[in-house]
Design a protein around this ligand. Sequence first.
Ligand code: LHQ
Length: 263
Amino acid sequence: MPYETILFEIREAVACITLNRPEKLNAFTARMHEELHAAVDEVRGNGALRALLITGSGRGFCAGQDLNERAMSGDPDGPDVGNALEKSYNPLVHGLRELGLPVICAVNGVAAGAGCNFALTADIVIAARSASFIEVFSRIGLIPDAGGTYALPRLVGAARAMAMSLLAEPVSGEQAASWGLIWKCVDDDKLMSEAHALAQRLAGGPTRAYGLIKQALNASPANTLEQQLALEAKLQRQAGKTADFREGVQAFLQKRTPVYQGR
Ligand code: LHQ
């Protein structure tokens, strides 16, 4: 599909998706959802890819749902927002969480509403110092969606999750990093070089183990210790059968840097 609202590039083993409606702070439209869906499918289907980097063009990362879309205002009884979530947002969140390779999000500016929670779906989030995270939903009478009510209390604890959601105040990149909402915050002019370096580094790693690490950590909050130990045994059994594990051990014993193939 020709992309109009995103840019999709492949550099070596790294795919990069750039949300690209800068004049509207990259707000989501139905078209952008279709394109994101297609791009994530493309990443999933391309066995040569080993990391995905997501960012936004212009001064914002993503301002959430485009509130000008006709579907948002057509029905006098109010739109079926749940439908938009079920059809577009929820599959996007699932798709990224379940990708078997690391997803890095470089938050270059404001990340608001579903744009904030979309960013938090990534495995590693790195933000520019001038970026901000806003659970903006309550300003317009909605609740955090796109996985926000799942991610927030797990990342920053109940007190901060609740205040972020009720007050809808911007949280700066620096604050977000110090709270553990994201991995780290860097100077604006370093954001993209750091994010690309991180993506390249991860693309040279043991991709299958990374996918299994994601599965284990993402399952953890809902599991008992017993369930999690059983899951670790199951996933570690798979990791132990990979060529990358053999290479990792050999490289260690031979005192050299491992060369991982992602297999
Ligand atoms: C926008 C938007 C936007 C359209 C900036 N839409 N144009 C899911 C399922 C279905 C339905 C509902 O929702 C959801 C989930 C959600 O995401 S709900 C939350 C929706 N998002 C918002 O409520 C955020 C609205 N935006 C803002 O509050 C501000 O723009 C923020 C705080 C993000 C940034 O403020 P500023 O830096 O002052 O920028 P700005 O407001 O001047 O925006 C720049 C332009 O972008 C402007 O257009 P214009 O033509 O006037 O220059 C805005 O209208 C446009 N824009 N967000 N969501």
